[in-house]
Design a protein around this ligand. Structure first.
Ligand code: BES
Ligand code: MN
Ligand code: ZN
Length: 503
């Protein structure tokens, strides 16, 4: 299921004649109606000639605009790919602009096996952003095609940078490769259809993958879930022949001072259950396990990077189907830990499986809990398709938003308005699983908050990420983001883990 081909990422100095590659990638921008190659590594005469050709062709140098021209004498590459940087001046270039430009070029430059990326990379930070962009953009999902695409994907990417000899660069390139692999593996899982990826097969994929890493995996099957009273997972999974699973993944290095718990929504398919969804577009609900995939790959990356941080990931896996054992509207479930929930709408299933996961995570008294879920359509109404909503304890929420900005992901802090709480009161149980529709993303978060445990009378610092929109791209590819599974928020979660380990 996780099958993305590997990519070799290296760096060289700006003397590109030393290196053979199929393609050379250069960054271009337009200023005063003229195209310029940013920090060109080619001699002045070739640079001027190419800039003139790009002008004559009417190239606009917008972001995501890739122009291919034949190679020139001064470089061994047969093809030069000019990627629009989308800025008016090289002074406006920041890490994310470079990451997107490199990623967009890598994504669109099909048919070349090796490429030199000579985008402006004057600092280790910028060189690393370019490497990361390449590792994110270089993605193709064809596990389910009987005939594979004959054009190869990039196997060898070389970042051209004046800081190629900097002592910090090798670690930065390794980090870029690890992050790229984690995001691509997350996408593979999201893109895998639900007839292949269901709770049991997801759990065995985790077991297999974890074998090569210092991770401990425990799988709670339906018997264990019943014995321990995981009513959320069992209630949601009851309508499917494919029984639910709770997967616990532990990374516990000896030097760790802090413990971070991660909880991910893993609905391998969301039909809505008895409160069934309309047919149009339902296929995209194979992506309703994006949260579990993101948490799995985050802990895998943390282990690969060898962070000094204890991390426990909880993957809440179930298939929401309307079978004869399905939960009915009006049924009352007893969640892990004993709280009862009246299910007024079986399509609000994510919060039910997440509630079990949050209680289980809380039992271990971690220093912080982060959960992530494709939880509500309301998230997309509030923030659109590219910006995740982050709610929870104010400090942790704001730290996550700041990290997302630093790593180049889009997320925004949202409140937990106290007036929403009475809307999830139930006539018969402790809580109802739906409430106020206006601000429904926050209503769902207010529900989840009820399941976050306390340590010495204080609620464990907790943040909730709703990424219903950003997890799955039904529009066009852009920057390093492909169509379909995106791997959104994995970089934010890894970035947060790094910061938390160091704090
Ligand atoms: N998985 C969906 C949310 C979703 C919708 C994610 C579209 C991605 C794209 C979730 O389980 C759901 O169905 N939520 C309901 C909740 C409602 C019944 C309170 C929703 O948002 O409509
Ligand atoms: Mn649903
Ligand atoms: Zn769902």
């Amino acid at each position: 299921m996780i099958n993305s081909s590997d990519l070799k990422l290296t760096a060289i100095g700006t003397d590109i004649k030393r290196k053979n590659a199929d393609a050379l990638v250069l960054g271009i921008y337009k200023s005063e109606d003229k195209i310029h190659i940013a920090d060109s590594v080619l001699p002045a005469a070739s640079t001027a000639q190419l800039e003139q050709a790009l002008n004559d062709l009417g190239v606009a140098a917008k972001a995501d605009e890739l122009t291919r021209l034949p190679g020139v004498q001064d470089s061994k590459a047969k093809v030069i790919g000019f990627i629009g940087l989308g800025v008016d001046s090289p002074a406006d270039l920041d890490s994310e602009t470079l990451r997107r430009a490199a990623g967009s070029a890598a994504r669109q430059l099909t048919g070349v096996k090796s490429a030199l990326f000579a985008l402006p990379a004057g600092t280790v930070e910028h060189a690393a952003a370019i490497a990361e962009g390449i590792a994110l953009g270089n993605y193709r999902f064809e596990n389910f095609r009987s005939k594979k695409n004959e054009k190869p994907v990039l196997g060898d990417a070389i970042v051209v940078t004046p800081v190629s000899a900097d002592k910090q660069l090798p670690a930065a390139l390794k980090r870029a490769a690890v992050i790229g692999r984690a995001v691509r593996a997350t996408r593979d899982l999201i893109n895998t259809p639900a007839n292949e990826l269901y709770p049991e097969s997801f759990a065995s994929t985790v077991r297999d993958y974890a074998k090569s890493l210092p991770l401990k995996v425990s799988v709670y099957d339906e018997k264990k879930l019943a014995k321990d009273g995981f009513g959320g997972l069992l209630g949601v999974g009851g309508g499917s022949d494919r029984a639910p699973r709770l997967v616990k993944i532990e990374y516990a290095p000896s030097k760790a001072a802090k413990h971070l718990a991660l909880v991910g929504k893993g609905i391998t398919f969301d039909t809505g259950g008895i409160s069934i969804k309309p047919a149009a577009g339902m296929h995209a609900m194979k992506s309703d396990m994006s949260g579990a995939a993101a948490m799995f790959q985050t802990i895998a990356a943390v282990a690969e990077l060898g962070l000094d941080l204890k991390v426990t990931a909880w993957l809440c896996l179930a298939e929401n189907m309307p079978g004869s054992r399905a939960t009915r509207p009006g049924d009352v479930l007893s969640m892990y830990g004993g709280k009862t929930v009246e299910v007024l709408n079986t399509d609000a299933e994510g919060r039910l499986v997440m509630a079990d996961g949050l209680v289980a995570a809380s039992e271990e008294k971690p220093d912080a809990i982060i959960d992530i879920a494709t939880l509500t359509g309301a998230q997309m109404l509030a923030l659109g398709l590219r910006t995740a909503g982050i709610m929870g304890e104010d400090t942790l929420r704001d730290e996550l938003v700041a990290v997302s900005q630093r790593v180049g992901e889009q997320a925004w802090g949202m409140p937990l308005p106290e007036e929403l709480r009475p809307s999830i009161d139930s006539q018969v149980a402790d809580l109802a699983n739906i409430g106020e529709r206006m601000g429904g993303m926050m209503t769902a978060a207010v529900f989840l908050q009820e399941f976050v445990g306390e340590v010495e009378g204080q609620r464990i610092p907790w943040a909730h990420i709703d990424f219903a929109g950003p997890a799955f791209n039904e529009g066009s590819a852009w920057g390093y983001t492909p169509k379909n599974g995106t791997g959104s928020q994995v970089r934010t979660l890894i970035g947060f883990a790094e910061q938390f380990a160091a704090s």
